[in-house]
Design a protein around this ligand. Structure first.
Ligand SMILES: *Cc1c(COP(=O)(O)O)cnc(C)c1O
Length: 489
C-alpha cells in the first residue's frame, strides 16, 4: 500500500496540481498534435511483459509511465479531425466531474444519498428532453449497447404473462422483433443475450434512403403471425451508424400502436438532434416510443462512458429487473431508505457516479448549447458533402441526413474498394485525419462522422486535401480535383 497511501499529503497535492495542469494543457493543445499515431513496438511490448506488481509503486512513477506510454497513443477522439465511427470529443468540464466523482467514490446501486438524487434529476431531464412524461423511468449505463439490451428485456417482459419468463425462461414462446437492416449490431446482440436468439430479430430491408421499408415490415409481421410467431417489438433507429439515416419514426409509432407492439428507438447519437431546432423535425415520432436508448458520450461530449435508457411507462422497467432479495429490503428511513433504487431498473447492482458528469454536461452546455453542437456538426457534414459534390474525383455514396458523410475517391483503372480502404489507413498513419470505412450497396466507402464539438469546416478541408494528396501519391496519377483549389484551404 505504501505507493498509493502516501503519508505526505503535500507531495500528493503538488502532484495532483501538476497532473491537472498537464492534462488541461494537453486537452487545450489537442488539435496541434496528430489525431492518432501507432504505438511503438517497445511500448506495446512493455505492457505485454509487465509482471504483476508485488510491492507498491509511488504514484508519481505511475504518472510518469502514463505520460510516456499511454497519453501519446490514445485513440484520438478528442481531436477535431477524428471522424471515425461515432465518438464524442469530451470536455474539460467532464474531466473535472470525473475527478470529483472518483473523489466521492459513491455507489449508486441504491440507498439514500445525494448522488442518487443527482441521477434521478438527470433521468428526469433526459425524459423531458426526449418529450417523455416526467414519470418515465431510466438509468445510466455504460452505453447504448447496454441501454438497448435493457430496452429489449423490458419489452419482452411487457408482453402478456411476460414477467413469468423471468423465472421460467422463454420456454415455448416464439417471440420475434423487428429492426432495419441498418440497425446497430448491438440489437442482435441484445436478442442473443436475452435468450431470444438472433434469429428472433427480423431484419427489415431498407429503402433507397437507408430507412426501414414500412411495406416490407407490414408483410413480414403478417407472415410471422400466420406462422404462429408472437411479434412483440419493433426497433426504429434515430441516426443509423453507417449513414446517419433516420427510420420513419412517426409511421413506426403509429404502426406499433395499431399492432400492439413495443416501440423502442435506438437513438444512440441521433436522439440528441431533438435539441436542434433545425433537425428536431426529422425525429418526429420518437417522442411516442415506449423506450429510447441514447448515449451522452457521443454527441453530448460527456467523457466515456455514459449511456442511458428511458422507459415511458412507470413500473415496466422495475417489472423486468427488480429483485426482492432480503438483503436489499428497503427501510422507511435511514441510509437504506429511498426506494425504488437504480439497481431495480437494470442488471447492475454496484454502479458508479456517472450522473455527475452527465449533470455537468447537461447543465454546462444547456439544451441550447447541445442543440448548437448538433447543428454545427451537421453543418460541417453538409459542407463536406458539398465539397465532395464539387470535386470530380470524389463520389457521395449516401444522402447526408445528419452528421455522417459516406463517399469514395474515384480513380480510373483502380480497384476502388482496395484503394479507398488503403487510403483510410494512409490517412490514419499520417496523423492528419481519421475517418473510418463502411460498405454501402457493396461499395467500400470512406465514412466521416462529425461528432466532435471542436470540428470545423476547415477540418473538413484539411481531410479532403490530405486524402486527395495521398490518393495521388498512392496511384501515381494526377486526380481531377478541379474546384477543390478554388475553395479556401
Ligand atoms: C454507438 C451506437 C450504438 C452502441 O452504443 P455504445 O455506446 O457504443 O454501446 C448503438 N446504436 C447506434 C446507432 C450507435 O451509433
Amino acid at each position: 500500500m505504501a505507493g498509493l497511501d502516501p503519508e505526505n499529503w503535500e507531495e500528493l497535492r503538488a502532484l495532483g496540481h501538476r497532473m491537472l495542469d498537464d492534462m488541461l494543457d494537453n486537452v487545450k493543445a489537442v488539435a496541434a498534435g496528430p489525431v492518432w499515431q501507432p504505438m511503438p513496438e517497445s511500448v506495446r511490448q512493455g505492457f505485454h511483459d509487465a509482471p504483476l506488481p508485488q510491492s507498491g509503486a509511488p504514484v508519481d512513477q505511475l504518472y510518469h509511465q502514463f505520460t510516456q506510454q499511454v497519453l501519446p497513443y490514445a485513440v484520438g477522439n478528442r481531436h477535431p479531425r477524428f471522424m471515425g465511427w461515432v465518438h464524442g470529443g469530451g470536455t474539460p468540464q467532464g474531466m473535472l466531474a470525473e475527478m470529483l466523482a472518483a473523489g466521492l467514490n459513491a455507489n449508486l446501486g441504491g440507498r439514500d444519498h445525494a448522488p442518487v438524487e443527482v441521477e434521478r434529476m438527470v433521468i428526469r431531464w433526459t425524459a423531458s428532453m426526449l418529450g417523455f412524461p416526467e414519470t418515465a423511468t431510466g438509468v445510466l449505463v455504460t452505453g447504448s449497447s447496454m441501454a438497448n439490451f435493457i430496452g429489449v428485456i423490458t419489452a419482452s417482459r411487457g408482453v402478456p404473462a411476460g414477467v413469468k419468463m423471468r423465472a421460467e425462461g422463454i420456454q415455448s414462446r416464439r417471440l420475434v422483433g423487428y429492426a432495419g437492416q441498418t440497425a446497430h449490431g448491438c440489437i442482435a446482440r441484445a436478442f442473443d443475450l436475452a435468450g431470444l436468439g438472433t434469429n428472433a430479430l427480423r431484419r427489415v430491408p431498407m429503402d433507397a434512403a437507408f430507412r426501414m421499408d414500412m411495406d416490407v415490415l407490414r408483410s413480414m409481421i403478417a407472415e410471422d403471425r400466420a406462422a404462429g410467431f408472437e411479434p412483440f417489438l419493433v426497433v426504429g433507429t434515430a441516426g443509423t451508424v453507417d449513414t446517419g439515416s433516420i427510420d420513419p419514426l412517426a409511421d413506426l409509432a403509429a404502426f406499433a400502436r395499431d399492432e400492439g407492439l413495443w416501440f423502442h428507438v435506438d437513438g444512440a447519437f441521433g436522439a440528441l438532434a431533438r435539441l436542434s431546432a433545425e433537425y428536431a423535425p426529422a425525429l418526429a415520432g420518437m417522442e411516442q416510443a415506449n423506450s429510447i436508448a441514447l448515449d451522452f458520450h457521443k454527441w453530448a461530449q460527456t467523457p466515456y462512458d455514459a449511456g442511458c435508457i428511458i422507459v415511458r411507462e412507470e413500473g415496466k422497467q422495475a417489472a423486468a429487473f427488480a429483485q426482492s432479495l432480503a438483503y436489499l429490503a428497503r427501510e422507511d428511513r435511514g441510509l437504506a431508505a429511498g426506494a425504488p433504487w437504480f439497481c431495480d431498473l437494470g442488471p447492475d447492482l454496484s454502479r458508479g457516479f456517472r450522473a455527475l458528469k452527465v449533470w455537468f454536461t447537461l447543465a454546462g452546455f444547456g439544451t441550447d448549447g447541445l442543440g448548437e453542437v448538433v447543428t454545427r456538426s451537421c453543418a460541417v457534414a453538409r459542407y463536406l458533402a458539398a465539397r465532395i459534390d464539387d470535386t470530380p474525383c470524389l463520389e457521395l455514396l449516401a444522402p447526408v441526413t445528419l452528421n455522417i458523410v459516406c463517399f469514395r475517391v474515384v480513380v480510373e483503372n483502380e480497384d476502388l474498394d482496395t484503394l479507398n480502404g488503403e487510403l483510410v489507413k494512409d490517412l490514419h498513419e499520417s496523423g492528419i485525419a481519421a475517418p473510418s470505412t463502411t460498405t454501402l450497396h457493396g461499395k467500400r466507402a470512406i465514412r466521416a462522422a462529425i461528432v466532435n464539438h471542436r470540428t470545423t469546416e476547415q477540418d473538413a478541408d484539411i481531410l479532403l486535401n490530405a486524402l486527395l494528396d495521398l490518393a495521388e501519391t498512392r496511384t501515381g496519377k494526377p486526380l481531377h480535383r478541379a474546384s477543390a483549389e478554388t475553395l479556401p484551404a
